[in-house]
Design a protein. Structure first.
Length: 672
């Protein structure tokens, strides 16, 4: 019989009969591995243990100890087990698709009655019964017509449509979990008992159109989460509870920071307190960038399509743009705006990014190599179309402002500028409460422009820059842009969620397309490299991250209302005003609360609003010129002299970049 040669992770090789399955390979190694095996990696692809191997290949056997394949299989099998449970309870329900997603899976069902929370409990119970049965999972390849007839006979119209949509050269793979059958590419576990029965939970039900088409049938989508063990599930559910408490949309309402409304989808209405956070953060970044050698500019928001065509964005990015048509023949007063002269109509777009406009600033006037590197920064207001279903508070919006900058430099300056930026970004993140971050280094993709020599040089420059500042990185081969490699910077928040905020991208392409040049030391024209960089990314999104990171209890310098001075009795109102005035002169954002309400009511209200400090003032405080201090989250209060608390709070209110550096420690040495 024909043989295949299989290479194992340790480099060893063995010959097997052609058509051998990974299950048989595992059994040939040891009885223990045969019992633990859940799937295999064959030439880098994830394989079911039942699939035959017809060629020489590299192979690795996966067990539950292997995170990624184990979680994929657990979640994939649970999608099938859930669909089986639904049809065992309600045989009339039609099934559609059930893919794996982050942390779990979903499955879409066609059912006349809506699923209720009680139904989810019943489905979970039935799923655990199926898991305990340890039913075998088997697979077969069928011809297309056989699969269509099978699903038509079983009154599963959605499966018929799915089979018909599979390209003719792809196999039709059928899976059985016990007696229950589904169409699936696989792979799957070998029996239902391999799924941990105490490490999953059904979470919610939502509506979803079949194939995402609003003209098609509305289905019911059940979401579930699953992990390898019960402890991981408990951690995830705890994280979700924390995330719900920290939800920036909820806290935004409680703190009266912003709102959204349907007349401006995906755009933020900032309230006074929210705008205070925004401007404080922007002022901080403005000072940091000025100190870092950046020159701030501002560019138009509405730009003619000609520039977007020249930059390449019109062809590749138009679906994200908001188009603005203007009839230039209108006199602006009496003409009907609805009637347009096509010959005089100019097509513009709201800018979705700032890069092409920054090149226009660079192009004004002759530039010399002595002018480089030139660092241009802009708090650029951008607009991008995002589907309404993707919008999420101020985290995912259509109108936003970036802390955007572009560095024009020579190829030899890339490494130094990259190292300089990483240090700059590290300082910003540290002062904003994120001392640790991860760098992901995305290298050349398969489809790219530029010579291999240039890619070698630029990728080497980024790698050397990371090493020069003493940082580690995670390599992401092939994930760079078509024009150059990039670094992305990831933060981890207080409950373990990861956010990509900063970026550093090398781009020789846009300066070429838009005709940017400088005069080199040889007197000839040269193309500059353009380095795209951002620290926070979108201000809106970063403020949302800050709100959730701190559960609304923002650092004192960023808190919109830093101090409320609350009267206990109306006789203290004049002293309240005096305290507020003293704090305001010292640079503290303070306000008075002299309403005719009990002090406990005032404290509760301002605590919900996340005011960091409440100073209560009554008869005793007036006589002694003191205040009673209560900090947010602390039950204990203490009485402090006014002359003492004002400088203390003023120091706390100072942004981190303006605080004096700590004095160097002085060490005494004994005389020789």
């Amino acid at each position: 019989m024909a043989q295949v040669s299989l290479t194992f992770p340790d480099g060893s090789q063995r010959d097997f009969d052609k058509g051998v399955t990974p299950a048989e390979v595992a059994a040939s190694i040891s009885k223990s591995l045969s019992k633990k095996a859940i799937s295999a990696n064959v030439d880098g692809a994830h394989w079911d243990l039942q699939w035959p191997i017809e060629r020489d290949a590299q192979i690795a056997i996966n067990t539950m100890a292997d995170d990624a394949p184990a979680l994929e299989l657990i979640r994939h099998d649970l999608a099938h087990i859930m669909a089986r449970a639904v049809q065992e309870i309600w045989p009339e329900v039609k099934v559609t698709i059930g893919p794996v997603i982050d942390n779990g899976w979903y499955y879409d069902f066609d059912r006349a009655e809506p699923f209720t929370p009680e139904d989810l409990g019943a489905i979970e119970k039935k799923m655990k019964e199926i898991i305990n049965r340890r039913d075998p999972v088997t697979t077969e390849l069928w011809e297309r017509e056989r699969a269509i007839k099978y699903y038509a006979a079983n009154n599963e119209p959605y499966k018929v449509e799915l089979v018909e949509a599979i390209p003719g050269d792809e196999p039709i793979r059928m899976y059985w979990h016990g007696h229950w059958q589904d169409l699936c590419r696989g792979p799957h576990l070998q029996h239902t008992g391999q799924v941990p029965g105490d490490a999953f939970k059904l979470m919610s039900v939502a509506g979803a159109y079949w194939r995402g088409d609003s003209s098609r049938q509305m289905l019911q989508r059940i979401y579930g989460v699953a992990f390898r063990n019960r402890d991981d599930l408990k951690k995830h559910l705890h994280m979700l509870e924390e995330a719900a408490k920290r939800d920036h949309r909820k806290l935004g309402r409680e703190m009266d920071l912003f709102h959204m409304q349907e007349e401006a989808p995906g755009q933020v209405f900032w309230h006074p307190d929210g705008w205070t956070i925004y401007t404080q953060l922007q002022d901080y970044m403005r000072r940091k960038q000025r100190a870092g050698g950046y020159r701030e500019i501002n560019t138009p928001q509405v730009v003619d399509r000609k520039l977007w065509e020249a930059s390449g964005h019109w062809d590749k990015y138009q679906h994200h743009m908001f188009i603005v048509e203007v009839d230039e023949s209108r006199d602006g007063e009496s003409d009907d705006a609805a009637v347009k002269d096509k010959a005089q109509t100019r097509i513009n777009a709201l800018k979705p990014m700032n890069c092409p406009c920054h090149v226009q600033v660079f192009n004004q006037g002759l530039k010399s190599y002595r002018d480089l590197p030139l660092r241009l920064a802009e708090f650029g207001s951008c607009a991008r179309f995002e589907p309404s279903g993707a919008l999420h508070g101020i985290m995912r919006v259509r109108g936003f402002t970036q802390d955007d900058a572009h560095i024009f430099c020579t190829e030899d300056q890339i490494q130094e500028e990259c190292a300089r930026f990483i240090d700059f970004l590290a300082g910003v993140y540290r002062e904003l409460g994120f001392p640790e971050f991860e760098i992901r280094f995305a290298t050349r993709p398969e489809k790219r422009v530029g010579s291999e020599e240039s890619w070698d040089h630029v990728e080497g420059a980024l790698e050397n820059a990371i090493k020069a500042v003493g940082r580690d990185y995670v390599l992401e081969p092939g994930d760079g842009a078509f024009y150059g490699p990039k670094l992305d910077f990831y933060l981890t928040d207080a409950i373990g969620r990861v956010w990509q905020c900063g970026t550093f991208q090398v781009d020789p392409n846009l300066p070429e397309r838009l005709g940017a040049s400088y005069i080199g030391s040889d007197g000839d024209k040269h193309r500059p490299y353009m380095l795209h960089r951002a620290c926070l990314g979108s201000f809106e999104r970063f403020i949302g991250i800050l709100i959730e990171e701190h559960a609304g209890k923002l650092p004192f310098w960023l808190a919109p209302r830093q101090v409320v001075v609350a009267s206990i009795t109306s006789e203290a109102d004049d002293y309240v005003a005096e305290v507020v005035a003293a704090l305001t002169r010292a640079g503290v954002r303070a306000e008075a609360d002299t309403r005719n309400e009990k002090i406990n009511f005032k404290v509760r209200e301002h605590s919900v609003g996340k005011v960091p400090v409440i100073l209560a003032v009554g008869h005793r405080e007036v006589e002694e010129r003191t205040v009673t201090l209560r900090r947010l989250g602390e039950k204990q209060t203490r009485t402090v002299a006014l002359d003492e608390i004002v400088p203390d709070l003023a120091r706390d209110a100072t942004p981190p970049d303006l605080r004096p550096a700590p004095a160097a420690a002085v060490t005494e040495t004994e005389p020789a």
